[in-house]
Design a protein around this ligand. Sequence first.
Ligand code: HEC
Length: 263
Amino acid sequence: MKMKLRIIGSLAIAAVSTLILGSCGGDPDSPGLEYMPDMYRSPAVEPYVDYGHIKERENPELKTRLSAMTPPNGTIPYYGTDSAEVYLMLPYKHKANDEFRETHGMYGEELSPKSINTYELAATDKNPLALPAESDSLAYKAFWKGAEKLFVANCAHCHGEKGDGNGPMMANETYTGVPDYKNVAATEGQMFYSIYYGKGAMGSHRSIVNKKEIWTLVHYIQRLLNKDYGTADFEAEADTEGEEAEGEEVADGEESEGDGEEG
Ligand code: HEC
């Protein structure tokens, strides 16, 4: 009897140690024995893969399940329920001109024919982004601080922090042809157009700044040109004179597209 117990005991010890030792194989990269592999390795679900139809194989039970799929053309992202915010984010109404296909790599995108100068059409667009009133000092300061951040992060390396066209890229001669904003004849609508689609040697910036940010930058550029821009004084001035007294000078008449400079 004692003998039997001893044998069972040793067998049990042997079984347990085989199990323990067996789970550590000789291969250091092997995870050993896995009791619940699904918990170690969850099945990878790739976004934008239609698992209902993958590699010529139909999976009917997955066909009706929702997964992240490429949105249909013309889909507009959800920007909340604030109508002003949503309005700012709606698709830009001007298509880029056909020549942008080559100059700015806009392949596979619907463009306006060469005969329609959409840059000119943009001249009368007004900045839809309302500036916070100066009297609301917290919102006012936060707005300009945010605008400055955007400008310094995305534009100042070419345009210079003061907008004089002398950013570090120009200073070390890696880049040329950046204008001083003082010599830019574009209206605010055209500034938006150029930042959105690019212009000449400037590339399109729509992939790094959204529409609200671009309109913010348009305000900021006008502020760089006139330190009173966005203040109560400036508003009063604009009201009495019926136009913005900016003392802007156009360098020369070469900017054929930008004749209207009501700003
Ligand atoms: C790589 C350098 C570079 C960067 C970065 C850059 N720009 Fe420009 N920008 C230029 C050049 C060059 C021009 C002159 C284009 C022309 O008139 O041919 C220009 C022109 C402009 C104009 C005048 C457009 C017009 O219609 O005449 C505006 C406004 C402007 N940039 C704003 C911005 C803003 C805002 C940013 C940041 C989001 C930015 N740029 C980033 C190089 C740059």
